[in-house]
Ligand binder design. Structure first.
Ligand SMILES: [Fe+2]
Ligand SMILES: [Fe+2]
Length: 286
């Protein structure tokens, strides 16, 4: 993958601020006003700080056009990428004090699923079980995103490229595409944000989304198993609480009272790897 990502290119592309592209800024604001994000982003000062830092993120034009493609052809993925971006930035505040570091990490989270542009739309929108070949096509989005971002950012080690490649890896090595034990705080944050947004959103293969309680319980189970970062899940729990405490003030409970939604082609708890649920994109085509 790294060789392909490093393949020669000498031209440079014009850069532009992400939040000035198309209707991204107003779309993101509108997504953040919908439940449960309206509570998660309910503190004006905190939300303003997030938007101020989002304003600093720049990308080259071919990458920005991917947002335009998703908005036109796959609105779920468009919304998902943006909400995961904002949520990751919010959670990162609990782990990174330095503003510059936070901004760097932030840029990494902005396009975790860009590789999905390489997946046929029919596969994204399928409401029936995928064939083995289609599952492979879907799971390919992590590697495809890595190559795409490495190429356009001219850096195979760019945090955005690494995040695109590794956001379906898990801390216990049960993820994909490489099955490595994830040890990167930024990617751990994106991975939890990614699963959370996928669970609480309607999907083609799951007409009803998880309620907030059940989604948090599913993530807590994964944290107890060591598949995802317990600290990041605690930070997510904190964001969903009334006074939004720091993650160190939150605990993970073993109690499970929620019920996964009906008519769910994806059965049971969130899979840590695509083999476990027949759905290659981790849970949830996340
Ligand atoms: Fe995702
Ligand atoms: Fe993904």
């Amino acid at each position: 993958m790294a060789e392909l990502a490093r393949s020669a290119r000498t031209e440079t592309f014009p850069r532009m601020r992400l939040m000035e592209y198309g209707t991204i800024a107003e779309d993101l604001r509108s997504f953040m006003e919908q439940p449960p994000y309206c509570h998660i982003f309910s503190r004006p000062a905190r939300t303003k700080a997030i938007f101020d830092s989002l304003q600093q993120v720049e990308f080259v034009h071919p990458l920005l056009d991917i947002y335009g493609y998703f908005k036109a052809h796959d609105p779920y993925t468009y919304r998902h990428i943006l909400t995961v971006f904002a949520l990751s930035r919010l959670l990162a505040q609990d782990f990174f004090d330095d503003r510059n570091e936070l901004s760097r990490e932030l840029a990494a989270a902005s396009n975790h699923d860009f590789g999905k542009i390489c997946v046929p739309l029919g596969v994204h929108k399928r409401s029936t079980p995928l064939s083995e070949h289609e599952r492979m096509q879907l799971s390919h989005h992590a590697a495809a995103g890595y190559v795409l971002l490495s190429y356009y950012l001219m850096d195979p080690n760019h945090p955005a490229a690494i995040t695109a490649r590794d956001h379906h890896e898990r801390c216990d090595g049960s993820g994909y595409p490489r099955g490595i034990a994830l040890q990167n705080r930024v990617v751990e944050i994106v991975a939890v944000s990614d699963m959370f947004d996928a669970l609480i959103s309607p999907r083609p293969y799951r007409p009803h989304s998880y309620d907030l309680r059940t989604a948090m319980e599913e993530l807590t189970v994964l944290a107890h198993k060591g598949a995802v970062s317990a600290d990041v899940v605690r930070a997510l729990i904190g964001c969903n609480r009334k006074n939004q405490p720091h993650y160190t003030e939150c605990t993970l409970s073993h109690e499970q009272r929620g019920t996964p939604p009906p008519d769910n082609l994806y059965l049971g708890a969130i899979p840590c790897s695509y083999e476990s649920d027949g759905n290659p994109d981790g849970d949830p085509k996340a």
